[in-house]
Ligand binder design. Sequence first.
Ligand code: KDG
Length: 402
Amino acid sequence: MSTIERAEVFVASPGRNFVTLRITTSDGVTGLGDATLNGRELAVASYLRDHLVPLLIGRDPARIEDIWQYLYRGAYWRRGPVTMTAIAAVDVALWDIKGKVAGLPVYQLLGGRSRDGVLVYSHASGTDVPSLLDDVARFRDLGYQAIRAQTGVPGLGGSYGVRKGVVYEPANSSLPDEQPWSTEAYLDFAPTYLAAVREKFGSGFHLLHDVHHRLTPIEAARFGKSVEDLRLFWMEDPTPAENQEAFRLIRQHTTTPIATGEVLNSIWDVKDLITEQLIDYVRTTVVHAGGITHLRRIFDLAALYQVRTGSHGATDLSPISLAAAVHVDLTVPNFGIQEYMPHVAETMEVFRTGVSLANGLLDLDETPGLGVEYDEKAAERFPYDPKYLPVARRLDGSVHDW
Ligand SMILES: O=C(O)C(=O)C[C@H](O)[C@H](O)CO
C-alpha cells in the first residue's frame, strides 16, 4: 500500500503571500494544496506543520474522506478559518494525488463535466465614475460576460474593492491601513455609479456589486431596493455574514439577489442561509471551507434549495485553489459563477497551471490531478512578506466592518 511519506509547508510571497502544502507518497506521487489565509498566513502554516503533518505520515493517501473526518472530528475544536483552511490544504493535495494515480483530471473523478466552461466575473474598479467606466469597457473588450463594479466614494479617499494600479491587493501594509467609512455617503453614491455603468453599457452582461459587509439589515434592504431596476446579478455580502437572521429582513424588502459566504468555513455556517432560502448564491471556497470534499457537500445541500454557487476567487486564493475551484465548478449541477482575478507574473513564475480563459469562461486541460506545479526553487526568490488587511473606521473614529 502506498502511504504518505512527507508533507512540507512552503510560505512564499511571489507577488503576494501564499502558503502551500506538498504531500509526497511512498510511491513518489506528489499532491499540492493551498493553505493561504490572507493576513493570518503563519497561523495556518503552524496548524499544518505542528498539528496536522505528524498525523498524516504513514496514512493511506487514497482514504480522502476518512482523513477529512479524522482531522475535523479528531480535533474536537471544530470549524473556523484556520482549521478549515489547513484541512482544505490536505484534502486538495489528496485529490491531486488521487487524480495523478488514476491518470485523470480531478473533475473526471468528481463525475465529469456538467458544462463546457466556467463563467467568471472580473473586477472593474476606479477612483471615480469615469475611470470605473473605462475599466468596465476594458473588461467588456476582453470578452468578460460578468463584471463586478466598485469605485471610490467621494470624500472617503478610496474604498474597499478598488485597485491601486493594475493589481487588486487589499493586504497592503505591515500594520493595518485604517480607512474611513461613511454609510450615508456610500448609500447616496453607489446606486448612481451602478446606474451609470448600465446606462453606458446596457444590460447585455452580468453586473455584480460587493457591499463588503458594510450595512445594517435595513440599510441593505434599502440598497437592494434602490438598484432593482439595474438587475444586478447579485449584491454581495450586504451585511456581516455571521448574522444569518439579517438576510431574512433584507429578503422581505428586495428582489435583488444576495450572495454571501466567502468568510464562512463549513456547512454548519451556511446551513440556515441555504435551507431557509435566505440567499441566492453561496460563496464558500475550496480553500477556506475544508477543501473539495467539504465544498461539494455544501454545494449539494445548496442544490436542494436552488441556491447556486459563486465561489470567492480573489488573488489571495493561490493558483492551486483557482484550479481546484475550476475542477469543482465544471462538475456541480448548481454552478452559478466563479470570481476570477488573474494572478501577477511573479505568482505564475512559481505556480504553473493548465487553467485557461476564453470569452469570459475558464477551462482546464486534461493533465491528471489538479494540473498545477509548484516551483520550489523559484519560490525561494520571494520570501514571506508580512502584510495585514485594512481596518475601516466610521467618520467618528469608531471601528466598522471591513
Ligand atoms: O473578492 C472579494 O469579494 C473580496 O471581498 C476580496 C477580499 O477582500 C479578500 O479576498 C480578502 O483577503
